[in-house]
Design a protein around this ligand. Sequence first.
Ligand code: RB5
Length: 144
Amino acid sequence: MKIVIGSDHAGFELKEKIKQHLIERGLDVEDVGTEGRETVDYPVYAHRVGRAVAAGQSERGVVVCGTGIGVCIGANKVAGIRAALAYSEETARLASAHNDANVLCLGGRTMDHEEALRMLDIWLDTPFDGGRHARRVNMLEEDV
Ligand code: RB5
């Protein structure tokens, strides 16, 4: 599986840990930045990740900022993106099982990094339940 990752400066440290973790899992990782701790603007990286997933260049994406909130708002502005801010192992599981989230949002300053990596694994390893959840996910793209 190919996965694209991006962060601002506040998410940089966690993004680097995520990159290492995903490579160790054998995944093909594309890192769209940022490259260091200098202050940058999170929408740039959220949009880059969202566009790569929406275009089919990557199956999934991960975005990180200080809280995970800004990048989640940004990624969700890209058509076709379902970005989910997970805040526990259970919400990481449900983000896949119920919402078919194609982008995971994490907070580099608000989350324990080891727990964030566990949430990442759970999100990646949980299949979409489909059924009634597929109907609802499809409705997200409609004017209902
Ligand atoms: C950067 O200081 C911070 O505002 C950003 O990383 C993020 O938390 C925004 O939602």
